[in-house]
Design a protein around this ligand. Structure first.
Ligand code: ADP
Ligand code: TYD
Length: 204
């Protein structure tokens, strides 16, 4: 019987450094000789990518926003994540359900009970084997974003929004300590890569 693959998710507030490290982690995994599937949310499927475009550029009610991201997630799980894990591939996803708790729950104030309910509805049995949370203070994230790119409607949110988003990420990391690894992302890229290599090396 094929051994189920691992499901690894990347999280953090915008500008924390997630995208900088995803490819490196992918290379570490591919070096183990396993099949790697690298994906992202919202998105990850043709329908999900269409939803992502709406999601990033239209303003909407927080519950609409939440339902859309979970719709994209449902499709992502059915078409990409579940089949890959079943055939033994390792899946890395740039964000997953913890982002909904952090952004829609923490940032926008949607009730965590509602989020628990929809998460249970959409993926009652799936949870990441490992979640890597890139953590930085808001000022550092903001300075990095301002230096680099044009901002989407989330990235233009105020400091309080990101403060609450980061707080909820850190709360989830404590609540689900068995699968979270929190990276101090204020350090140099080299230092962070060394820590990531150790984390991936520990996975059985
Ligand atoms: P995210 O994907 O979390 O939004 P990015 O990986 O795109 O963030 O990083 C945002 C910016 O910060 C990029 O310009 C990136 O080069 C820079 N950056 C990322 N990590 C570090 C780091 N450890 N030290 C200095 N700059 C960094
Ligand atoms: P992301 O793809 O990480 O942005 P970028 O490619 O610009 O780094 O995520 C897009 C935005 O969507 C980001 O600001 C976080 C937000 N988001 C949520 O608010 N809830 C969610 O459940 C997800 C998956 C993302």
């Amino acid at each position: 019987m094929t051994q189920r693959g691992k499901f690894i998710t990347f999280e953090g507030i915008d500008g924390a450094g997630k995208s900088t490290h995803i490819q490196y982690v992918g290379e570490l995994i591919a070096a183990r000789g396993v099949e790697l599937v690298s994906s992202r949310e919202p998105g990850g499927t043709p329908l999900g990518e269409k939803l992502r475009e709406l999601w990033l550029h239209e303003s909407m009610h927080v519950e609409t926003e939440t339902l859309l991201v979970f719709a994209s997630r449902r499709e992502h799980i059915a078409q990409v994540i579940q089949p890959a894990l079943e055939r033994g591939a390792w899946v890395i996803s740039d964000r997953f359900t913890d982002a909904s708790f952090a952004y829609q729950g923490g940032g926008r104030g949607l009730s965590l009970d509602k989020l628990e309910t929809i998460a249970y509805w959409v993926h009652p049995e799936l949870e990441p084997d490992l979640t890597i949370l890139f953590d930085v203070p808001l000022e550092v994230a903001r300075a990095r974003l301002d230096a680099t790119r044009e901002l989407d409607r989330f990235e233009r949110e105020k400091a309080e929004f990101f403060f609450a988003t980061r707080k909820e990420y850190l709360r989830r990391a404590e609540q689900h300590a068995h699968r979270f690894r929190v990276i101090d992302s204020t350090r140099s890229i080299d230092d962070i890569q060394r820590e990531l290599a150790a984390i991936i090396g520990e996975l059985a």
